[in-house]
Design a protein around this ligand. Structure first.
Ligand code: CTP
Length: 404
């Protein structure tokens, strides 16, 4: 029996990227032999085991045959006679289909290292088409490796288009869609995930709310890029530059969904989008099972971003009203997150990349001023019951007013 390091660990080590988890493939063994050696069986669909000491995943070499719809519709064959090359052949991309012997020797039958050097994401074989999840995976790898100059091979993009047209993407579970989307949010170029899905025709199937933003115009005076989809890509990019927070990056991507359903008769104006977007965000989050933390931030950004952009014109009462709505008193970290999304929205316009977003400072100052109002002082001054709250609001408005 032989074991080899495979997949992401080999790829990332060659790229000199940090390796978080290491997967192994075992050739020439049976499940019984592994159990005898102290490995613990964990795989439900595939024969996967945890190493007795390192707990790293070890899978028996296997081949797969498509028997049903979706990414789970596979019959897998494993036996001691399945070779390493056969196992690597069923994998998605050549850069993911390399193995490394424990002595360090690279086993690379499908020219993964060449593609790594050429910065190309290329499928290994036509079996690529059997797993629709791979469309999302390639989009995610394109986002992860974009900063290194990786692009997708034309033939691979063509296969991704074929999968998108086949209807197979509809079989992906919401959890898998979210898993890949969320992983893309932690890359340095989350916008590339959306761009690639759009390019191969998958966006309209998996995230139609984002897809329908393309082709929708905005007023050129504020949005030189005009197209709302193009704007969303730029905002996604800015959000990733401004914040490492995944909920912030997510909220930035979906903040304008309402513009996708503005009646054409109102174009390029979108007066209601802060309101109409809420329903779309809720439905999207429910469908794809987006965690509440992400959803709640996205809803607030959607509802308040236009108000926050107008910070310089707002009365102190209105600023306080917005701070109350955002519930920053109980969740102070929220303010910064929301302001960063708004800033990404503003900088995510052609020609505005270096814009000084003074609205952020205005709201931060208003918030700090409000914090200076002390409830104990109000009680000491003799206010009771509901009057305490009223007086608190009044003093907060006065404090904000003084900052002008
Ligand atoms: N794999 C595949 N097709 C899939 C899922 C996985 O071919 N639908 C193969 C690839 O060879 C991949 C390996 O299984 O490299 C491990 O998959 P996974 O851990 O999901 O991804 P990594 O490539 O390790 O990348 P990362 O850890 O960055 O997600």
């Amino acid at each position: 029996m032989h074991r080899y390091l495979v997949g992401g660990a080999v790829r990332d080590r060659l790229l000199k990227i940090d390796v978080y988890d290491r997967d192994w493939v075992v050739v020439g063994a049976t499940p019984e032999e592994l159990v005898q050696q102290g490995y613990v069986a964990v795989g439900k669909e595939f024969p996967v085991f945890l190493h007795p000491k390192t707990k790293e995943e070890h899978a028996l070499a296997r081949t797969e045959r498509k028997v049903g719809a979706g990414y789970t519709g596979f019959e897998c064959y494993f036996a001691p006679d399945v070779t390493l090359e056969e196992d690597l052949l069923r994998r998605d991309l050549t850069i993911n289909a390399m193995a490394q012997d424990p002595d360090g020797t690279l086993i690379d039958p499908y020219r993964g290292q060449q593609d790594l050097n050429d910065r190309v994401l290329r499928h290994v074989s036509d079996a690529f088409i059997e797993d629709p999840l791979r469309v999302l995976r390639v989009a995610r790898f394109a986002a992860k490796l974009n900063h290194l100059g990786f692009t997708i091979a034309d033939e691979t993009l063509a296969l991704m288009r074929t999968i998108a047209q086949s209807g197979e993407l509809a079989h992906l579970t919401p959890e898998r869609v979210w898993q890949e989307w969320q992983k893309s949010l932690s890359t340095s170029d989350p916008q590339v995930f959306i761009e690639v899905l759009r390019e191969c025709g998958a966006l309209k199937v998996v995230l139609p709310e984002l897809d329908q933003l393309f082709g929708v115009p905005q007023p050129e005076k504020w949005h030189p890029e005009i197209d709302t989809g193009v704007h969303t890509i730029l905002v996604a990019k800015q959000a990733a530059l401004l914040s490492d927070s995944l909920p912030v990056r997510f909220a930035a991507q979906v903040h304008d969904l309402g513009k996708g359903i503005t009646p054409q008769s109102e174009w390029p104006s979108h007066k209601m989008h802060c309101h109409t977007g809420l329903k779309l965000i809720k439905a999207l989050c429910e469908r794809v099972r987006v965690p509440n933390e992400y959803r709640d931030l996205a809803l607030m950004v959607c509802e308040q971003h236009s108000n926050i952009h107008r910070a310089a014109e707002l009365r102190s009462e209105t600023k306080l009203k917005i701070l109350n709505k955002l519930d920053v008193w109980r969740k102070p970290e929220r303010l910064n997150d929301i302001l960063l999304c708004c800033m990404a929205d503003s900088l995510g316009r052609t020609g505005y990349e270096n814009y000084e977003y003074s609205q952020k400072g205005i709201f931060e100052t208003a918030y700090q001023a409000s914090l200076s109002v002390n409830v104990q002082d109000i009680i000491q001054d003799g206010f009771k019951g509901a009057a305490i709250r009223e007086e608190m609001e009044k003093r907060r408005v006065e404090a904000i007013e003084k900052t002008k």
